[in-house]
Write a protein that binds this ligand. Structure first.
Ligand code: ZN
Ligand code: ZN
Length: 438
C-alpha cells in the first residue's frame, strides 16, 4: 500500500537512487525514523547491523563508494570530500538534476575480513548501470542457501551463473538484496564473456555473465575497513625489538646471556627464561628489519581480529613454543638462537587462517607501481629470507624448529580465537549469522 500523503515513493526516480536514498523524506540521517519505511518498497531504509553472512568474523561495515568521471567506483576515504556534496547522506540528491542523473555516491555494506559485500535492492543496478535481468533471476533460482539475509529475512536463495562462477550468488527473496563474496567479486572481475551459446538456459546464463561482469569490473574489489583502530601492540613490539637490538649493539646487554642455547637449557633448566628473552635480540640490522617488516605487514590485521591480549598471547606463545621445540629437536645444541622469527611465524599462521583469500598491496621499490600479491607468496618470501639469514649466521640448522613451532602454535590457537570472535560478533549485532547465535 502506498501512502497518498507521502508522495516520495512515486516521485523518487526508480530504484536508481538506491533504496536508502531517503528520497524526499527530508534529512533522513542514519538512525532517524524514515517515513519511507512505511512504504513496502523501502523496508530496508535503516542501517544494517548484521554479522557477515559468509565468514561470520565481523559485523558488516558501511563503506561509501563514489563514481569518478569514467563511471568507475572507488572507496571514499575519511575526509575525502571529492564528488560528494555537503549534507548528502546516501546517494546524491536525486530530485535536483532530474531522473536521468546517476547518483555519484553510494553506501554499501561490506565485510572487512572476507571482503564480501551486501547490495540492497537497486544498488547493484546503480553500479552496473543496468537492471538485473528478472528472467535470469527466475530461471537461476536455486536451493535455499545456508547464508542468511543480513536484513533478517532468513536464508537467502542461491543464483547460479554457471558460465562464470562455481559458487552461486546469494539473493534475498524478501528484500531483493544481493550478497557477493569477496572471492566471487575477484573472480567476476577477472571473468570474460564467451560467445556462441545455443540453448536458452545458456543464453540466460550469458546474459547474467554480461550483467555481472559489467557491474563487477566497475567495483573496487577490496575495500578497507574504515573503522579499524591503531595496532598499538604491534607498534609496542616493534619498539621493544628495536630497543633490544640497540642495547645489545651498544654493549649494554650481552645477547648471549638472553639467547636460547639448547644444550645449556638441558644442562641447567634455570636457563628456561631464555625461551622468552631470546625474542628481543637480533643478529644484525638485516635480521631485525626483515622481521620487523613481516610483523608490520601481518601484525596489524591479526591484532585487530584477535584483540590486544590474545595477540600478545599469540606472539609470545608462538615464540616460546618455537624456542622449546628447537631445544627439544635441534642438533645445534651449542648455537645461541635469537630473534622474533618464531613469534612472527605464529602471526603469519594466524593471518593465513583468518584471511585465506587475502592479497596484499605492495609498491615495487623505487617505482610508483602498485601490485597485488597473494598472502602465501609473502610466506614463501619469509621462508626464503629466513633461509638466507640462517646461512649468513653460519649455523647450518639455525632455528628451523623454532619457526616451525611458532607456526604450529599460531595454527592451533587461531581456530579457537576465530570461534570466540564469531560468538562475540553474533552478540553485538541485530542480525547474527544463525549458527553462532548460541
Ligand atoms: Zn566476512
Ligand atoms: Zn532480505
Amino acid at each position: 500500500m502506498s501512502n497518498p500523503e507521502h508522495p516520495s515513493a512515486e516521485a523518487s526516480p526508480r530504484a536508481y537512487t538506491g533504496p536508502r536514498a531517503g528520497s524526499s523524506a527530508g534529512g533522513t540521517g542514519r538512525g532517524v525514523f524514515n517515513l519511507d519505511s512505511l512504504v513496502g518498497e523501502t523496508v530496508d531504509a535503516e542501517p544494517i547491523s548484521a554479522q557477515c553472512p559468509a565468514c561470520h568474523l565481523h559485523a558488516l561495515v558501511p563503506v561509501r563508494l563514489v563514481a569518478d568521471a569514467e563511471g568507475r567506483w572507488r572507496q571514499l576515504e575519511e575526509g575525502d570530500d571529492e564528488g560528494v556534496k555537503e549534507g548528502d547522506d546516501e546517494a546524491s540528491a536525486p530530485g535536483e538534476a532530474g531522473a536521468d542523473a546517476a547518483p555519484r555516491s553510494l553506501l554499501i555494506d561490506t565485510c572487512p575480513v572476507c571482503f564480501g559485500a551486501w547490495f540492497d535492492a537497486g544498488e547493484l543496478d546503480v553500479i552496473g548501470d543496468v537492471e538485473v535481468d528478472p528472467e535470469l533471476l527466475r530461471t537461476a533460482l536455486g536451493d535455499p542457501a545456508a547464508r542468511r539475509c543480513p536484513r533478517g529475512h532468513g536464508p537467502m536463495l542461491q543464483h547460479k551463473l554457471p558460465e562464470l562462477l562455481r559458487t552461486p550468488i546469494e539473493r534475498c527473496a524478501t528484500c531483493k538484496g544481493v550478497w557477493l563474496d569477496g572471492n566471487e567479486r575477484r573472480k567476476l572481475a577477472l571473468a570474460s564473456t564467451k560467445e556462441g551459446q545455443r540453448d536458452r538456459k545458456q543464453q540466460l546464463a550469458r546474459r547474467g555473465v554480461i550483467w555481472a561482469a559489467q557491474l563487477i569490473t566497475q567495483l573496487p574489489v577490496e575495500v578497507e575497513n574504515p573503522a579499524r583502530g591503531t595496532p598499538w601492540i604491534v607498534y609496542a613490539l616493534l619498539a621493544v625489538e628495536l630497543a633490544g637490538f640497540l642495547l645489545s649493539v651498544a654493549g649494554v646487554l650481552l645477547y648471549r646471556h638472553w639467547a636460547v642455547i639448547a644444550g645449556l637449557i638441558k644442562q641447567e633448566p634455570l636457563h628456561v627464561y631464555t625461551l622468552f628473552t631470546h625474542q628481543f635480540f637480533h643478529a644484525n640490522w638485516l635480521h631485525l628489519l626483515g622481521n620487523a617488516y613481516f610483523l608490520y605487514i601481518f601484525g596489524d590485521n591479526v591484532e585487530h581480529m584477535f584483540g590486544r591480549a590474545r595477540f600478545l598471547l599469540l606472539f609470545f606463545g608462538a615464540g616460546i613454543f618455537g624456542g622449546a621445540l628447537h631445544v627439544l629437536l635441534t642438533r645445534a645444541t651449542g648455537t645461541p638462537v635469537i630473534g622474533a622469527s618464531g613469534a612472527i611465524a605464529g602471526v603469519m599462521a594466524a593471518y593465513l587462517l583468518t584471511f585465506p583469500n587475502a592479497t596484499l598491496f605492495q609498491v615495487i621499490p623505487f617505482t610508483p607501481i602498485q601490485i597485488k600479491i597473494p598472502a602465501w607468496v609473502y610466506l614463501g618470501v619469509w621462508v626464503l629470507f629466513q633461509t638466507v639469514m640462517a646461512f649468513l649466521s653460519a649455523a647450518i640448522d639455525y632455528a628451523w624448529f623454532s619457526h616451525l613451532g611458532g607456526f604450529l602454535f599460531g595454527a592451533a590457537m587461531t581456530p579457537l580465537v576465530l570461534r570466540w570472535r564469531r560468538r562475540q560478533v553474533a552478540r553485538e549485532v541485530r542480525v547474527p549469522a544463525a549458527p553462532f547465535a548460541a
